[in-house]
Design a protein around this ligand. Structure first.
Ligand SMILES: Cc1cc2nc3c(=O)[nH]c(=O)nc-3n(C[C@H](O)[C@H](O)[C@H](O)COP(=O)(O)OP(=O)(O)OC[C@H]3O[C@@H](n4cnc5c(N)ncnc54)[C@H](O)[C@@H]3O)c2cc1C
Length: 237
């Protein structure tokens, strides 16, 4: 969806954050900044019949130079219940096409990192809850630390409820207690691709930071999965 952010004055950094996220913002000065009107895009994290609400996962952007947060993410992040904002869409064509005799898809691998989980979660829940898909589906999700694992409970529950769904996560900066995978999603994906028996009937759904998407696409093509079976939602245009 495309959000219209009006010109105005916005907080330079998030206020009233949960304690565990304060460390990411402690170097940022409090205050406000003025900005012109902009448009920004955010991907739907739920599917049409899930509820009568539209859900988004918006990462509050930090600037590389440590001056302030981004315009769109901080404006949306500071909205209060009852505030209104104009949005149009949806525009993207990132969705799972129906399975039929022409595409013979048998396995769908979803690969995401950070807020890139949003559209993947939407497709996964739509496939399993709405379409009752019986195709094998695997989600490989990368985050920084345990605190950043979005929808952990929901995804673990989904895995329990659907035998054809596997959820795998990996952390780049885990705590000492973490016993799961570490490193980038590429490490976990490499192991999956080594065991991949049917590249011609496997589809890939990809969303995350540009560098990750570029590397993953190379790995997938090298594994013999045809390019037209790779679907991606690019957050940078
Ligand atoms: C199809 C699509 C879907 C997307 N879906 C999502 C989604 O689901 N979730 C999500 O989180 N994002 C998503 N994005 C990315 C999103 O649209 C924005 O690009 C992102 O939120 C950053 O926008 P911003 O206005 O907050 O930051 P911007 O204002 O654009 O700034 C980007 C960075 O540069 C810094 N900066 C900019 N100007 C200055 C300046 N003058 N001085 C100092 N620093 C500066 C900012 O602090 C910020 O860190 C999507 C993008 C696309 C194209």
């Amino acid at each position: 969806m495309q959000f219209n952010v009006p010109a105005g004055i916005t907080d330079s950094r998030p206020n009233n954050l949960p304690e565990k996220f304060e460390k990411f913002w402690s170097a940022y000065e409090t205050g406000t900044f003025s900005h012109e009107s902009v448009t920004r895009h955010y991907s739907l994290a739920n599917f049409d019949q899930e509820s009568d609400e539209l859900t988004f996962n918006i990462r509050w952007q930090t600037s590389e130079n440590g001056i302030r947060a981004g315009i769109g993410s901080s404006y949306l992040g500071a909205l209060q219940v009852g505030d209104t904002i104009t949005a149009t869409g949806p525009y993207s064509e990132f969705y799972a096409p129906p399975v039929n005799k022409d595409n013979k898809v048998a396995h769908r691998i979803f690969i995401g990192a950070g807020s890139g989980l949003a559209p993947l979660k939407s497709i996964l829940f739509e496939q399993l809850k709405k379409h009752r898909s019986t195709i094998d589906m695997t989600l490989i999700y990368g985050a920084r630390s345990e605190d950043d694992l979005l929808y952990l409970d929901e995804l673990q529950l989904l895995e329990k409820q659907h035998q054809n769904f596997t959820y795998v996560n990996t952390l780049t900066r885990p705590s000492e207690q973490w016993q799961g995978h570490t490193g980038y999603v590429q490490n976990v994906l490499a192991r999956h691709l080594e065991q991949l028996a049917e590249p011609l009937t496997t589809e890939i759904y990809l969303c995350g930071p540009t560098a990750m998407m570029v590397e993953v696409e190379k790995m997938i093509v090298n594994a013999g999965i045809p390019k037209e079976q790779i679907f991606s939602d690019k957050f940078s245009r």
